[in-house]
Design a protein around this ligand. Sequence first.
Ligand code: DHB
Ligand code: MG
Length: 218
Amino acid sequence: MSGSIFEDVDVYIDSLFTPDEDILSDVLSRAAAAGLPDIHISPGQGKFLYLLAKMIGAKRILELGTLAGYSTIWLGRAMPPGGKLTTIEIDPVHADVARTSLEEAGLSDRCEVVTASALEALPKLEGPFDLIFIDANKESYPAYLSHAVRLTRPGGLILADNVVRRGAVLGNSMDPAVIGAKAFNQALASHPRLEAIVLQQVGRKGHDGLAIARVKDS
Ligand code: DHB
Ligand code: MG
């Protein structure tokens, strides 16, 4: 054990609920070898996304920001047979790493990596999706949200990573990522078609938050 109590408990929880698995650890090694930043979600966060997707029986999933495909694998595995996940990644190197990872995870038939800017791809996408996971450029989170509401079915979920930013959302930071997260949270809280909350998260990924919103039925 090392690090803060929050990290240690995070590792403890993961050791119980997310057994080590070669496919997932290979994704992280492949990502590191290709020089990708170590900003993947944690195993426990992956399990949480997986459970949310399963709870609503998600068959059509959209992800914005693929990185190495780590979260993609968790979400892809949650879908029943016939499910289809589209994940959008702006960086072609990241997209290639993710395609290899999805192939290794046996999910290539169900999960498609689209190399594009999410902002450019979103207007061309057709819904409805059961679940949308936002984890791309933080500055563009408010714009992603408008599209996500249009593209998600009633009763569907919109999730977004990194909306607390180590508490920086409390201050007057000029960091575009923080400004994006604050505007996103504000829009989420006041949107007439959404019921939402932000879950503060601490652990091996530091201090951040996951937004969870459900599109109202009518
Ligand atoms: C960071 C973390 C993330 O999960 C992400 O999607 C982007 C950046 C970060 O810690 O900088
Ligand atoms: Mg993230």
